[in-house]
Design a protein around this ligand. Sequence first.
Ligand SMILES: Cc1cc2nc3c(=O)[nH]c(=O)nc-3n(C[C@H](O)[C@H](O)[C@H](O)COP(=O)(O)O)c2cc1C
Length: 182
Amino acid sequence: MKGLIAYSSLTGNTAKLADRLAAGLADLGDWTLADIKKGADASGYDCILAGGWIDRAWPDKAAKAWIEDLPADLPLGIFVTMGALPESPHGDRVKENLASLLASHGTALGMAVLPGVVEAKLLDRVRQMPAHLLGENGESIKQQMVEAGEQSRMPTEEEYQAGVQVFREAIQGWLDQKGDLQ
Ligand SMILES: Cc1cc2nc3c(=O)[nH]c(=O)nc-3n(C[C@H](O)[C@H](O)[C@H](O)COP(=O)(O)O)c2cc1C
């Protein structure tokens, strides 16, 4: 099985998750890691794990566009890192959005949504942002963004392992099913 792990990462959180997935799934196939922004080509692979960082509850623009361009018959899993905690209302929105991206693929290999540290420079920019730019409830939205950023963190070892496990089970299930059909 030839798999591609393609990712987009601004500050390293998602790149690290991509590395962890490649290491954790190594026994299931032959994996290639590729940076979407440097031009990742999905042709010739049996399955794809695509990753990005979360921006306004969606994978970042580069990752989202790349995912949307994938052929629908290619088995796909999606992994992301986000500044807010995955177990939050914002995390639920992210999961709904990822599910909608997976829905157009015949074989969906699931999703891994992990926390990621918000870079200090970005957090400073949010702190300095005039609240009215964020709309009617600007002040409370800004406060939520600052708090989420201050509480942001690296994934724990267990969270990395759980991410690996999601894809391990889905890929094994897909390979078993494929084997039955042959
Ligand atoms: C411009 C920008 C917008 C962001 N928007 C969100 C967001 O809507 N929700 C969220 O949870 N995190 C948001 N984040 C935080 C990142 O998704 C998070 O820190 C992620 O782990 C970064 O991944 P990377 O290190 O691979 O770039 C944003 C970060 C940036 C730079």
